[in-house]
Design a protein around this ligand. Structure first.
Ligand SMILES: *Cc1c(COP(=O)(O)O)cnc(C)c1O
Length: 490
């Protein structure tokens, strides 16, 4: 089983190396050329649980043994999610909500970031690498915390997370500052998310720095969604939720359904496309954007143009203008044309823009539909669904729900992917239902709970009473010095 770079057919490596390396050296993403040659046997999976389905799906993407895959899946999820079915499917009056937020940090990133560390651990043994791994991550909130939880006390790994001191929500900051684990380090920087991100990227190409680490038997790796080890776990819940509809006799095996996905980096929805490739009957994948609607424009016109203002919205985890994983879709849609993809990505780098051919756009639109939602409509949708279905959406899920309502397809069942607990974005959710109240997030959490009776996730409740373990704040240019200094503590 061989992965190759989206931009260079000669860059070929096995799955373990792809997981450890994250990104190909010329900037391409790793992809399986033969994706879809082998299909899932869906009939055989009816009635199976999340773990059993995960094992069958992962086999199509990894050359790990059955025992290794089982070990990874068990360690990632058993006892770590608040709902036994991992991703419960909730029926509302006119659609289904797939809850992806029952993991240790209440965001959907837990699904990928719980499994990635386990895959990393096995990958290290398979390539016979004696070094330890240092995960460096810059975060605007959700990824950092989910990565910390996933890698916490995992053998042969250490993790350091950097976040902008004034750029994350109160809940997100306290979630990170109270992080436990002997191999974790969290640090704020004076600067914004881009400063943190660029700082990390520079370290990944700093040969002197990497040599210094190697002297300590440490190699760098990354935990963001360009890593296949984070993407593949996300294919599983598409299959699980489809089969759940079959179990509940809402559809019969073979019927096609729609998935509506609140999208930022295009990782989640791309996992849906992978599910389609391995044989899941999908009618449309509906890409929902907020006002940063660069993907909406692309999917309707074929022109991707990031030269525009970056807007801050009430769905901050989707505030993104470069959707990295789109590159993988372009690779598959162009029938694995690495040169074509390299050229588009080069245009994006040089001009901030690229345009695909009519033929490519038409092929994309056969499977993808799109829409976008303003902040105002996001908040109205939270209120509407709460009143109509007594169900509390978070802001990201509400973006997707509004897009569903705007394009309602009665011919097919519709599953909306829910990516965060409403309590992660308490202020926006609370003010959607009630007059805005300028109070402490943790007081608002209690108020929202009193109002709606929706349970506060255990990891968020009493977070303000947990011990602060990380309160370092540094200048943005001091990250390298900080890492070398603090590495000894881990
Ligand atoms: C990361 C995130 C998204 C966007 O997912 P992508 O895979 O980047 O498209 C949506 N909602 C929430 C809450 C997230 O944390």
């Amino acid at each position: 089983m061989i992965y190759e770079s989206t931009r260079d057919v000669s860059k070929k490596i096995n799955p373990s190396e792809a997981i450890l390396q994250g990104l190909s050296e010329e900037g391409g993403l790793f992809v399986l050329r033969d994706l879809g040659k082998k299909k899932l046997n869906l009939e055989k999976l009816i009635g199976k649980n999340y773990y059993e389905i995960a094992e069958e799906v992962l086999k199509l993407f990894l050359d790990f043994s059955n025992e290794e895959i089982k070990y990874c899946v068990e360690n990632a999820y058993r006892g770590k999610f608040s709902n036994e079915s991992i991703t419960p499917l909730v029926e509302l009056s006119d659609s289904f909500i797939l809850e992806l937020f029952n993991g240790p940090t209440s965001a959907f990133k837990d699904i990928g970031l719980s499994l990635l560390p386990q895959l990393t651990k096995i990958a290290l043994t398979k390539v016979n690498d004696k070094n330890n791994i240092l995960i460096l991550t810059a975060t605007s909130g959700d990824t950092g915390k989910a990565a910390l939880e996933g890698f916490k006390d995992v053998d042969r790994t250490k993790i350091m997370v950097f976040y902008p001191n004034d750029g994350v929500s109160t809940v997100q900051k306290v979630q990170m500052q109270t992080q436990e684990g002997e191999n974790t380090k969290v640090c704020a920087i004076h600067g914004n998310f881009d400063d943190a991100q660029s700082g990390i990227k520079e370290l990944f190409i700093d040969e002197e720095f990497k040599r210094q680490l190697l002297e300590k038997n440490i190699k760098l790796s990354s935990a963001n969604s360009i890593n296949i080890g984070r993407l593949i776990p996300q294919v599983v819940y598409y299959v699980v939720s489809y089969l759940e509809l079959v179990n509940r006799e809402k559809i019969t095996l073979g019927d096609k359904i729609n998935f509506i996905v609140p999208t930022g980096n295009f990782g989640n929805i791309l996992a849906g496309y992978y599910a389609d490739k391995i044989g899941l009957p999908i009618n449309k994948l509906i890409c929902a954007s907020n006002s940063n609607n660069v993907l909406y424009d692309f999917l309707t016109t074929g022109i991707y143009d990031r030269n525009r203002n970056f807007l801050k919205t009430v769905s901050p985890s989707m505030d993104i203008l470069i959707s990295s994983n789109l590159e993988r879709l372009l690779y598959y849609i162009s029938d694995c044309d690495n040169k074509y993809v390299a050229q588009l990505m080069n245009n994006l780098k040089e001009t901030g823009k690229f345009e695909v051919s009519d033929e490519i756009l038409r092929k994309i639109q056969e499977k993808f539909q799109t829409g976008y939602t303003s902040d105002d409509d996001t908040k109205k949708t939270i209120k509407l669904i709460y009143q109509k279905d007594n169900y509390l959406l978070d802001t990201h899920t509400a973006v997707a729900y509004k897009v569903l309502l705007d394009n309602f397809d009665k011919e097919h069942k519709n599953i909306v992917l829910s990516t965060a607990s409403p309590y992660k974005f308490t202020e926006s959710v609370y003010s959607s239902l009630n007059d805005f109240s300028d109070e402490d997030e943790f007081i608002l959490m209690e108020k929202l709970n009193e109002l709606t009776k929706v349970t506060i996730p255990k990891n968020l409740k009493d977070l303000d009473k947990k011990e602060i373990r990380h309160n370092d704040v540094i200048e943005k240019n001091d990250m390298k010095k900080y890492i070398l200094e603090k590495l000894g503590d881990l």
